[in-house]
Design a protein. Structure first.
Length: 366
């Protein structure tokens, strides 16, 4: 509870810059970050001297258990969230109400604009997300635990591969194994893509067996205490063509060069340029189709972004993925991904599952 109170106090310090007297938090993940409440359908009003969660009777007990230090407004049967907002904001006696431009609907904004007398609505972007980008020790510890669960689950998954298993069966098995090692949930729907289907960066597992394919791309992660991990590895079988090894080692070189270069003070665009330069010099620049990485935490994709032209400055405490890739339609693809903590002097790679070329070589149980 103390940590959530500190987060709310940090948020208040941003009010002057945003030129607001309070903020209506409508992003459910941001509500969780600021209070510890893990339910949904609830908003949080933060003012200069207090806060109140706007919710309904389904969550009365849960709110008292998860955030007893936060005042609650439980709306009654038939009372809408809009009327609850109007009543609570009016009671708070604020003049400039910040709203979250990334989550509030146009309909809600228009309604509030029409019904909140003498209150100016100020659209803000990224105030809470700015705080979320810098992880404290408890957040990093949760991510470390989620990484360990994901890696242990993957080790078992790798040992039980069979040619008749489908991509979907393998994805389900991987998620089951992570839960066996303590994960509360998967971090996101797992990607298992065999052979040519690995050319789809966000391939959806199919009912097709992996059969005689010579490669398998797996992108997976675990969720622990609401925080997530995100990893990608490639496995090879039999005798992959020489071209595959060249592409794999190019991606690995790009990833390692980026990890070696990352340090506080550089921008997300500068980090991306390191990986992109290696892949471009190898002749595959047009086949690197996404950014080099993204922030990781309560959401699997959050700030900062490691992408072309991104001006966000990397700071100690940020956790990002580093995941360059090369994708050749109809042929296949390679992506290698690890989770990285920005430190005061550089960075620390939090994940540790082996990724050298020899580490990709696998056997399928028959």
């Amino acid at each position: 509870m103390e940590i959530h109170a500190k987060r709310r106090q940090k948020l208040r310090r941003l009010f002057d810059r945003a030129k607001v007297d309070g903020l209506l938090v409508t992003n459910f993940t941001n509500v969780t970050y600021l209070t510890g409440f893990t339910g949904d359908d609830s908003y949080l009003l933060v003012t200069g001297d207090g806060e109140v969660i706007l919710s309904d009777a389904r969550y009365t007990t849960q709110l008292s258990e998860e955030c007893p230090d936060v005042r609650t407004f439980i709306r009654g049967p038939g009372q809408t969230m809009l009327s609850t907002i109007r009543e609570t904001v009016a009671e708070a006696k604020i003049e400039r109400l910040g709203i979250e431009g990334g989550s509030m609907t146009v309909g809600i904004r228009d309604h509030l604009d029409q019904h909140l007398d003498r209150i100016d609505l100020v659209t803000t972007y990224g105030l809470v997300e700015e705080l979320r980008a810098i992880k404290d020790k408890s957040e990093v510890d949760a991510i470390r635990l989620a990484i360990g669960q994901a890696q242990r689950g993957f080790a078992v998954f790798r040992a039980i591969l069979q040619p008749q298993m489908t991509e979907k069966e393998l994805a389900d098995e991987l998620e089951y194994q992570m839960r066996k090692f303590g994960a509360k949930d998967r971090a996101f729907p797992s990607i298992v893509a065999a052979g040519p289907r690995a050319a789809l960066p966000h391939a959806v597992p199919t009912d097709g067996p992996i059969g005689e394919q010579t490669s398998l791309l797996i992108d997976w992660g675990a969720q622990e205490n609401l925080y997530r991990s995100d990893l990608t590895r490639v496995l090879t079988f039999g005798r992959p063509p020489a071209k595959f090894r060249k592409i794999y080692e190019t991606v690995l070189e790009a990833q390692m060069a980026t990890i070696g270069a990352i340090q506080p003070g550089m921008t997300g665009g500068e980090a991306d340029a390191v990986a992109r330069d290696v892949i471009t010099k190898a002749g595959f620049g047009k086949r690197f189709e996404h950014g080099t990485g993204h922030g990781l935490g309560l959401d699997v994709h959050e700030g900062p972004r490691l992408g072309k032209g991104c001006q966000t400055v990397l700071k100690p405490g940020m956790v990002v993925t580093v995941e360059p890739g090369i994708y050749l339609p109809g042929w296949g693809g390679v992506r290698i991904e690890d989770d990285v903590l920005i430190t005061r002097t550089g960075c620390e790679v939090l994940s540790s599952y082996p990724k050298g070329w020899d580490d990709t070589i696998s056997e399928i149980v028959t």
